[in-house]
Design a protein around this ligand. Structure first.
Ligand code: GMT
Length: 375
């Protein structure tokens, strides 16, 4: 098949998932055309089946807000015609689903019919999409998609709850390339972070408010009092200064490292003992799945789709949002009991196998086939 993929090219989970999907489809012989405003961060290798089309947004002094959606829809039309695409798969509804609708209508006038698959990722529904400024367009364009998928059962339910969706939403869970994440940590790297053999805790995200990273700092503040340990913060974002100042206030700065945005997550995950995800909401929590694939147990909240991947008392623990005491207790218990930690590490790997790329990608291929049959 010739497939167009539209996504955000940034470090966010939706862009990562879309890029990994495109790479996997290309490996299976499909021709994949990425359409975005920037090279996706995980699109970092050459593959003869992968093409990248940049959306240029010409500016003009009149534009306080350059019309990205118009530029995207026009680029979609151009790429679809000139590369004879069979199908368009857009990730994150805003504004990709409405741009796809516009492109589809333009192409229909030219006698070209192309199915559009929309994958809902989370904040496009639960946060941004629900805002009444966007909701009518989001609802319309989701309904106009030929197929709709959500990355978790929870997100499917949330979408039906908040939007008037008249179509079936299929759940295709996010995936991880287990083979890539299952590696031994580099000892030298581990020693740099934890020279005395301390435990390594990790958090990775875009440090937005929804991630509650101050809870991560507070949990670590409790852990480090009981267990010699270090905390690695991977990523960057608006809440970083608040987290740093809290760490200073708690006097634990020397034990915390902010390593910024990282592309090779598999290498960093491989040296961690425990992953902390304190979010107020996660439709899925792709980063937690990547941690599990690397054999790292997860202490998380029980928000959104997280209970669909993190199994309480097996692969880690789930706590109520903001219950720092509960999360601290679980972290301390687990890190203090080597046998139990080893067991949880194994359980985490087994659980991540259920979401392996080789199992999930065929579900997208089957959906594409179905859409093409119906067109
Ligand atoms: O977590 C974010 O803020 C980024 C966001 C995105 O759109 O890239 O992530 C969402 O999509 C990911 C991939 O499907 C999910 O794993 C995340 O849970 C989801 N984030 C939220 O629902 C907050």
């Amino acid at each position: 098949m010739r497939i167009g993929i539209v996504c955000y090219p940034t470090f966010g989970g939706s862009g990562v998932l879309a890029t990994e999907l495109g790479k996997a489809l290309a490996d299976k012989g499909h021709q994949v055309h990425f359409i975005t405003y920037q090279q996706p961060v995980r699109l970092n290798e050459f593959n003869a089946n992968i093409f990248y089309h940049e959306v240029r947004v010409p500016t003009y002094p009149l534009f306080d807000y350059p019309p990205y959606e118009t530029a995207l829809a026009s680029t979609m039309v151009d790429v679809i015609i000139n590369n004879k695409l069979d199908l368009l798969h857009v990730h994150y509804a805003i504004p990709h689903a409405s741009a796809a609708y516009m492109a589809k209508q333009i192409l229909l006038k030219q006698g070209i019919s192309i199915p559009v698959v929309t994958t809902l990722h989370g904040t496009d529904i639960t946060l941004v999409g629900r805002d009444k400024t966007y909701a009518p367009v989001v609802t319309f364009s989701i309904n106009e998609s030929d197929a709709i998928t959500a990355v978790s059962d929870n997100l499917r339910e949330e979408t039906y709850k908040w939007f008037k969706i008249e179509k079936e939403i299929e759940v295709i869970h996010n995936f991880v390339d287990v083979g890539r994440f299952r590696r031994k940590g580099i000892d030298a790297f581990r020693r740099v972070i934890a020279p005395q053999g301390e435990r390594i805790l990790m958090h990775a995200s875009n440090f937005r408010k929804i991630k509650r990273i101050e809870d991560v700092v507070r949990i670590f503040g409790n852990v480090v009092k009981k267990v010699p340990s270090k905390l690695l913060f991977v990523g960057d974002g608006p809440e970083r200064p608040a987290a740093e100042s809290l760490a200073r206030e708690l006097g634990i700065c020397d034990h915390i490292r902010f390593v910024g945005k990282q592309e090779q997550m598999e290498e960093i995950m491989a040296i961690a003992d425990l992953f902390l995800l304190t979010s107020e909401y996660e439709s899925f929590g792709l980063v937690a799945l990547e941690a599990m694939a690397a054999g790292v147990p997860v202490i998380s909240t029980n928000a959104g789709g997280l209970p669909e991947i993190n199994i309480h008392g097996e692969t880690g623990y789930l706590s109520n949002i903001g219950d720092v005491a509960d999360m601290s207790r679980h972290a301390i218990d687990l890190l203090s009991n080597q046998a139990q930690l080893d067991q949880f590490k194994e359980n985490a790997k087994v659980q991540s196998d259920r979401f392996d790329i080789h199992f999930i990608v065929p579900q997208y291929e089957a959906l594409y086939e179905k859409c093409l049959e119906q067109t």
